[in-house]
Design a protein around this ligand. Structure first.
Ligand code: GAF
Length: 370
């Protein structure tokens, strides 16, 4: 692409969140795993301070930007993500003067599987790697999160970037977002005769970004009204009393965040006790809370979850921000093919685009490949 050999190839995965949704900007806990699907960044340093960016998914001439002149709002389209990362790294004293970067991915785009964070972390690792720097993974995740706020302008939490940076094979990442304490919790569905399926509904809803920001603002308003710094500071035993103090529109948001935090704790305990089968019911309860209280599900996600459960799955829920995107399903291995068929049949009956259903196992976080 650039007429020079690359100095290295770095990659980072997409993620699926097992449970702990819309808790990561409330100081709560999340439990993502890295997908065995990744974004790769092949890169070479440049001495002239230019960042040239090319993606296999955006054919055409590379974007060409001067790193020192990058400012929020100055880059549009997919290049805003890597440009934002270069900007955030530079402000923190990382990265080379300039670089040529080519990216490719097999993470489904726009499917709620965090292709953005995969791109950000692959590029963050590439740029620090080119400069011979070894940055702390959690710091890189925070810088990538800052980049996403400032450049594409998405007010996301810290889950996706930390998952891309810190997940390891065979585990879910238990991240406490209030202080970024993290623990790797063993999760090997295949060894237990289980399958974890992702259902990419291929539904993308236009209200996605504004509605995400509105939910976040609602949670912050709820915390303020209760005199809390973070909503996750509210103990479950205080929930009923707190709901009585809130204006009606904020009550379901607060209830979701507090009950979701309890569900995450239970899932972690059950996984640590070596009983992954029993987490299914908690996944389905989490979906009901996201659908009824947090109101971030949609017809396609509800259809995927109900069809999977009807076909005998142990549990299912939407995963990620919602309003389209993907669901995650836990099922016995023997029932997995039937569950996938039932979900596909339900979509066909409703005249919807066929969903993509695939099994996943927890993969590796960001790394250097070459
Ligand atoms: C999106 C955001 F990017 C995450 O930070 C998180 O809030 C998630 O939605 C909902 O749990 O993926």
């Amino acid at each position: 692409m650039f007429g020079t050999a690359c100095a290295g190839v770095w990659s980072a995965p997409g993620r699926v969140n097992l449970i702990g949704e819309h808790t990561d900007y409330n100081g709560g806990s999340v439990l993502p795993l890295a997908l065995p699907r990744r974004t790769w960044a092949a890169a070479a340093p440049r001495a002239d301070g230019l960042l040239r960016l090319h993606s296999a998914d955006a054919p055409g001439e590379p974007a060409e930007l001067a790193v020192a002149r990058l400012v929020p709002g100055s880059v549009r389209g997919w290049a805003a993500y890597p440009a934002g990362v270069a900007w955030a790294l530079r402000r923190a004293g990382y990265g080379p003067g300039g670089a040529d970067v080519h990216v490719e991915t097999d993470v489904p785009l726009g499917a709620g599987l965090s292709s953005s964070a995969a791109l950000e972390l692959a590029v963050a690792l590439a740029l620090t790697g080119l400069a011979g720097q070894e940055a702390d993974r959690r710091e890189l995740a925070l810088l990538a999160r800052d980049a996403e706020h400032a450049f594409p302008g998405v007010p996301c939490g810290i889950m996706d970037q930390t998952a891309a940076a810190c997940c390891i094979t065979g585990h879910v990442l238990h991240l406490r977002t209030r202080d970024l304490a993290l623990r790797q919790v063993p999760f090997d569905p295949v060894a237990h005769g289980l399958r974890l399926l992702v259902v990419d509904t291929r539904a993308v809803h236009a209200l996605r970004d504004g509605a995400y920001a509105a939910r976040r603002a609602g949670c912050e308003a709820g915390a303020r009204a209760l005199g809390l710094r973070l909503l996750a500071d509210l103990a479950p035993s205080q929930l009923d009393g707190a709901l009585g103090e809130l204006e009606p529109s904020l009550r379901p948001l607060v209830r979701h965040v507090v009950t979701e935090e309890v569900r995450v704790g239970r899932v972690v305990s059950r996984l640590e006790a070596g009983d992954p089968r029993s987490v299914g019911e908690l996944l389905t309860a989490g979906h009901a809370s996201l659908r009824d209280d947090f109101a971030v599900s949609c017809a396609e996600l509800d259809l995927a979850v109900s069809a999977a459960c009807r076909a005998g799955a142990l549990g299912a829920r939407m995963t990620g921000g919602g309003f389209g995107g993907s669901a995650v399903v836990l099922t016995e291995e023997a029932a997995a093919a039937g569950v996938a068929r039932e979900v596909e049949a339900a979509f066909a009956t409703g005249g919807r685009r066929p969903p993509r259903v695939f099994a996943v196992t927890p993969g590796d976080g960001a790394r250097r490949d070459l």
